[in-house]
Ligand binder design. Structure first.
Ligand code: HSE
Length: 296
């Protein structure tokens, strides 16, 4: 096995009303250096510390699952990991880890997986494709699972900067899914999908002001989750005052993501940091490349 480096971007899911369907890759990365070794070892350069038994490591479990599916023996590897993606904050850390695990199995067992297979496996493990697809392909990806097949489309030329406001608290996706209704009335669903259609159309046509306005009118999840998100109203309001197009809950939260005019990310991030002193506020860009592998 050739040693390799895999980097997988963070991602935001939903982008307002694209619930479980729309996602965007951003330039924070999970990076692993992987080499064959006599025994399994995970070295983590960013917290949390790895579990004492490598078999409990999430990335190992994914790699093993994929190797087993192909009836291959997973060779022992030394994995050195660095991550810029905060855990349980709505920035797709689990999707990035799943794709990293799939890639370890792919490389170590010579599986020759296509991107479609990686998307399929990743989505089966995560349950929905909205983080996996952008983390794999980069850019904005809209996808749907129909009879176990995933249809998708990618957009790579969005001209916006991003400001993320990351609170110090975690929010588990499971808890944030529990507050959502089981069903929506026909009238509600029609309005919610109309809003979603407008977000997509305005993003693709470059009308970012309309996209931001419509992102803030989601009817699928944000009205129910707002109470779980610290400073939800304040962040939407103040980001708008500072010049943002609009702000959304990143994935299931609790991070909020503001979309801002290109070139204004750093200025607006500084302003947001002054009103959110306990948060980590960062100016980010859209990642357009997705998962990348380099051999050493
Ligand atoms: N679409 C998912 C949700 C993203 O909002 O629950 C988090 O996994």
């Amino acid at each position: 096995m050739r040693s390799f480096r895999v980097s997988v971007p963070a991602s935001t899911a939903n982008v307002g009303p694209g619930f479980d369907s729309m996602g965007l890759a951003v330039n924070l990365y999970l990076t692993l250096h992987v080499e064959e070794s006599e025994h399994w070892e995970f070295i983590q350069h960013s917290p949390p510390a790895p579990p004492s038994d490598y078999k409990d490591h999430f990335i190992y479990k994914v790699a093993k699952q994929i190797a087993d599916r192909h009836h291959k023996k997973l060779p022992a590897c030394k994995v050195t990991e660095t991550s810029e993606i905060p855990l349980a904050r709505g920035l797709g850390s689990s999707a990035s880890a799943i794709l990293a695990g799939i890639e370890i199995a792919n490389q170590a067992c010579d599986l020759n997986l296509s991107n479609e297979e990686k998307l399929q496996y990743g989505t089966e493990i995560e349950g929905h494709p909205d983080n996996i697809a952008p983390a794999l392909f980069g850019g904005l990806v809209i996808s749907v699972i129909i009879e176990e097949e995933i249809e998708r489309i990618e957009f790579k030329d969005l001209q916006m900067d991003i400001v993320v406001s990351i609170p110090g608290v975690e929010l588990k996706t499971e808890a944030a899914r529990k507050v959502l209704p089981e069903s929506y009335s026909k009238k509600h669903a029609a309005s919610a999908s109309a809003v979603s259609n407008l977000v997509v159309a305005s993003l693709v046509s470059g009308d970012y002001a309309l996209a931001g306005k419509m992102m803030e009118r989601d009817l699928f999840h944000e009205p129910y989750r707002a109470k779980l998100i610290p400073n939800y109203d304040k962040i939407r309001l103040r980001a708008k005052e500072f010049g943002a197009y609009g702000s959304i809950i990143s994935g299931a939260g609790p991070t909020m993501m503001s979309f801002v005019p290109s070139g204004n990310g750093a200025t607006i991030a500084n302003k947001m940091q002054t009103i959110l002193p306990d948060y980590k506020v960062q100016a980010l860009n859209i990642d357009t490349e997705g998962l990348k592998i380099t051999y050493s």
